[in-house]
Design a protein around this ligand. Structure first.
Ligand code: DGL
Length: 279
């Protein structure tokens, strides 16, 4: 694919495939290159420095593959690495290329769903600790109250295909009870981690009636379509032959099995060792 210019989509593992799925539905003509860093997933409990280094490595790899535009379809990477990459690394590495995240497009719209003015955000430890959601949301909806809850067990449950088992029930119920204890007026619940849509059925079972559950896939897809329209110079660089390619830093057999569930269609991945590709 190196002579082409696919849109890069990155996640620590499989979660970003829930976003890619919506993006390819909204914008099917473009070429897409997905990378899941499953060998080092989850990112959620890792330090800022580690998430930044891993994400930067991935972004450089996408650039080497010819991508002009990379989407970090991972809230943890968007929260902990995006700003530094945009401000410090891009101007030096590739001033004409773009890296976008998933937090800002979500923050731009989330307040429109709420009537009570209280929104709940479920996310990884890293995303919650970064404060990115309250900070970004306050720029667009200054009066909105944002209540966060870190759900550190949810990604491991999803990555290990345990989402329909009792363990998932236990942890989903526990975190939902905690967030609604803190904010009984919450009427919008944001899944601020791209793995969480896989737990949707269980979450719906344990959340109060009348609360709206928001996943990011569609929001990010709509925002990307809008971005490409507003930036024709970037859109013109992206190739459009409808190609999809999937890469994982771990076993391709495991990746293909899991990824099919997240992506909603067959996935045939190739392996990449990010450390070996660094120069
Ligand atoms: N899916 C990612 C997110 O949106 C990362 C989860 C993780 O690796 O902990 O935050």
């Amino acid at each position: 694919m190196s002579s082409r210019n696919p849109i890069g989509v990155f996640d620590s593992g499989y979660g970003g495939l829930t976003v890619l799925r919506e993006i390819t539905e909204a914008l099917p003509g473009y070429d897409y290159l997905y990378l899941g860093d499953s060998a080092r997933s989850p990112y959620g409990n890792r330090s800022f420095e580690t998430v930044y280094q891993y994400t930067l490595q991935a972004v450089k790899w996408f650039f080497d593959q010819g991508c002009s535009l990379v989407i970090l379809a991972c809230n943890t990477a968007s929260a902990k690495a995006l700003r530094t990459i945009q401000q410090n690394d891009l101007p030096r590495l590739a001033p004409g290329k773009r890296v976008l995240g998933v937090i800002r497009p979500t923050a731009e719209i989330i307040g429109t769903y709420s009537e009570t003015g209280v929104v709940g955000v479920l996310a990884t430890n890293g995303t919650v600790a970064s404060g990115s959601y309250p900070i970004e949301i306050s720029k667009f909806f200054p009066a909105l109250q944002v209540i966060q809850e870190a759900c550190p067990m949810w990604v491991p449950l999803v990555e290990n295909n345990e989402m329909d088992n009792k363990g998932a029930d236990y942890f989903v119920k526990k975190n939902l009870e905690q967030i609604f204890d803190k904010g009984p007026e919450i009427d919008v619940l944001l899944l601020g981690c791209t793995h969480y849509p896989l737990l949707k059925k269980t979450i719906e079972e344990y959340m109060p009636v009348g609360v709206k559950l928001i996943s990011q896939g569609e929001i990010v897809a709509t925002s990307l379509a809008d971005y490409l329209q507003r930036h024709p110079e970037i859109a013109a660089q992206c190739s459009r032959e409808g190609r999809r390619a999937f890469y994982t830093t771990d076993s391709t057999t495991d990746f293909d099995q899991h990824a099919t569930v997240f992506y909603g269609g067959p996935v045939s991945s190739q392996h990449v060792d990010l450390d070996a590709t660094m120069h």
